[in-house]
Design a protein around this ligand. Structure first.
Ligand SMILES: [Zn+2]
Length: 77
């Protein structure tokens, strides 16, 4: 019963959040992160990033009705 011996199927990976060597296996509920904090932080960044990409801001801007988007007289460059 040595805690230092690597378990079969579990490997050590650097935590994507802080870089701490973290066991990637069933014993680590936060894998591949080292803790819930790192996991939540990274997932938050990922979700906002994917949300931004899914929205496609350029198309969304074109779809805004002129009535709700008052035009500025400044010329587009
Ligand atoms: Zn971490």
């Amino acid at each position: 019963m040595s805690v230092n011996s690597p378990r079969p199927g579990a490997r050590i990976v650097p935590c994507p959040g802080c870089g701490t060597p973290t066991p990637y296996g069933p014993d680590n509920p936060w894998r591949p992160f080292c803790s819930e904090r790192c996991r939540n932080g990274d997932l938050g960044a990922w979700s906002s990033e994917s949300y931004r990409m899914a929205v496609k801001p350029t198309e969304a801007d074109d779809d805004i009705p002129e009535a709700q988007a008052p035009r500025q007289d400044s010329p587009r460059h």
